[in-house]
Design a protein around this ligand. Sequence first.
Ligand SMILES: *[C@@H]1O[C@H](CO)[C@@H](O)[C@H](O)[C@H]1NC(C)=O
Ligand SMILES: *[C@@H]1O[C@H](CO)[C@@H](O)[C@H](O)[C@H]1NC(C)=O
Ligand SMILES: *[C@@H]1O[C@H](CO)[C@@H](O)[C@H](O)[C@H]1NC(C)=O
Ligand SMILES: *[C@@H]1O[C@H](CO)[C@@H](O)[C@H](O)[C@H]1NC(C)=O
Ligand SMILES: *[C@@H]1O[C@H](CO)[C@@H](O)[C@H](O)[C@H]1NC(C)=O
Ligand SMILES: *[C@@H]1O[C@H](CO)[C@@H](O)[C@H](O)[C@H]1NC(C)=O
Ligand SMILES: *[C@@H]1O[C@H](CO)[C@@H](O)[C@H](O)[C@H]1NC(C)=O
Length: 530
Amino acid sequence: MIRTASVVLLLLAAQIADSQNFNNTGKEFVVVFPENIAYYHPTDPINEIWVTALHSDTRITIEKLNINSQPLRVTETTNFTTGLELKKPDIPENSTSLNVFSISDEAIKVTSTKDVVVQAISLRKNSVQYAPVIPSHKLGTKYFIPPVPGLEESPDDGAVVVNVTERGPFRLIIVNPGEDQANVTIKGGEELSGAIEPGKVAQILLNNNGQYQYVEADRPVAVFFSHPCAFQDNCTCGLLHAMVPAAKDDKEEFLIPPILAEQASILLSDEKSRTSTDSTAPVDSEGTVILHKPSFLLTLMSKKDFGSCFVLTPLRYLIKSFHIVVHKDDKNGIYIGGDPAGYTGWEELKGTDYVSTHVKVTFQKEFMWHNSSVMAVYLVGEKNGRMYGNPAPVVSSIPDYRGCVVTPEVIEILDEEKRWKESIKSCETKSLKLISLSDNRLQKHLCSKISAEGVKEAWIGTRRSSLTGDWYWLDKQQFGDSNWASGKPGDKDQCAVMSLKPNDDCSWKDKNCCDAIRPFCYKPPEFLPM
Ligand SMILES: *[C@@H]1O[C@H](CO)[C@@H](O)[C@H](O)[C@H]1NC(C)=O
Ligand SMILES: *[C@@H]1O[C@H](CO)[C@@H](O)[C@H](O)[C@H]1NC(C)=O
Ligand SMILES: *[C@@H]1O[C@H](CO)[C@@H](O)[C@H](O)[C@H]1NC(C)=O
Ligand SMILES: *[C@@H]1O[C@H](CO)[C@@H](O)[C@H](O)[C@H]1NC(C)=O
Ligand SMILES: *[C@@H]1O[C@H](CO)[C@@H](O)[C@H](O)[C@H]1NC(C)=O
Ligand SMILES: *[C@@H]1O[C@H](CO)[C@@H](O)[C@H](O)[C@H]1NC(C)=O
Ligand SMILES: *[C@@H]1O[C@H](CO)[C@@H](O)[C@H](O)[C@H]1NC(C)=O
């Protein structure tokens, strides 16, 4: 009976971990800079890779740029500049079709010794775009392709004109970050297959009759949707660039911040629905949802990919405002650095329990986090009247009242039933501690996380002194906030257990130290210093 129960417990823990763990952190990334033309401005592009360290003593290696960085401090951000940029796709002169994989070599691999966040910025004259880079281990093998929007101010309305680079059509950029060749097939009305060698990039031109609908690869790849030079006012043009998140297993809900949606259309890439809509109602999709205005593409985050801690730093000089979407009950839990943000101006998202606000950037602080919930944060900038933006990179999606989590906490109720004293050792052999619960907020926090069906109770790290009769915690914190089942402990036993039964509020009971009971082992999370 008890064996079966422990399986249930592990499964529950695994499910929770899975759904809560979206983040943009990793140790390996592949960055590409899309072709950025900036019409009639023969200035050099400025392409920057921004890396934010989340742990001390983090070293960055970028082979192609010959970079072996000095160790970065925790929260330190650094940038590397490169001229390496994708070129116009190479379509053979005698090719009868434009449906060609144009392969090139401009992918840049960034590796680090510890988890970091990476962002890429393309800047040329007034043409700016940036995006968080998805770590290689988070990439997928199936991607839906956004429908190609008509470009109002382009005379060709997005039509395929290959020999005029300034008006090149939208293109799909596919990167193979792996160690093995990736075989990629683009499917839909037509089919196109090609192989991408490790570390290489493929560009595929997209016309606007929706001939391609999704990408399937036999290995994880990264996919971007880009236009090098979408016509804008005054005979200039700007880069349109959006990361394409991997296809979901199921439909997920996307919420649309009303301010950003003004005069925008929504590009939906689902197999079944490829329509545009200008409604701000939430959208369900297993694919990509991209908000589009004539000079602006913004990839939206699904509700499942909301985060609890975001990096704001690097774009200090590029970002004008950020837009937050959060549940209406959670709008007070937002922090900037160490201080509650106290944002106002919340606007309801029709038909949902969510609200959104937008805030001018002042950037005294570098991280935004939520103490009890998850949210979406979009960074939006503007140069000469042209908008650009993307979701802020997610550091973690595990909310914690203590701060921004960079290494998740470990909660384990071990299988083996032992006496209290031996339980301390059982935890230690797993590099954990028998839990000390002096803080009322920690009690609540943990209680919301454990749901150990079938397990009645577990040892906690408190014991009564046989001399004084006082209770004390193993971590030597004061015995303050208590949670005894009947308000106070009995007067018989020297050790204590926490109830794991539903509706018991994780309350405690004194217990004979020699009983055999499972230990509640714990390791606190690591936080970013604020
Ligand atoms: C990028 O880093 C260089 C130093 O390597 C610095 O001079 C430059 O100002 C940084 N760029 C920005 C936009 O901060
Ligand atoms: C296309 O042209 C290339 C040289 O530019 C040549 O090698 C190739 O055989 C030609 N292909 C066809 C199908 O004519
Ligand atoms: C561009 O290509 C089209 C056919 O695709 C051709 O008719 C036109 O002459 C070409 N223009 C230039 C400037 O090469
Ligand atoms: C990938 O494609 C190559 C030819 O392009 C083929 O030889 C190889 O078997 C394919 N690999 C897989 C796993 O399908
Ligand atoms: C376009 O150019 C005109 C004249 O040079 C200028 O007054 C106007 O502000 C420009 N518009 C934008 C959006 O840059
Ligand atoms: C989160 O922060 C808000 C505002 O500071 C506070 O009122 C609330 O109690 C906090 N929640 C938790 C779980 O600490
Ligand atoms: C980020 O996600 C990975 C799984 O992809 C997970 O192992 C890691 O713990 C997460 N980091 C944080 C801080 O939640």
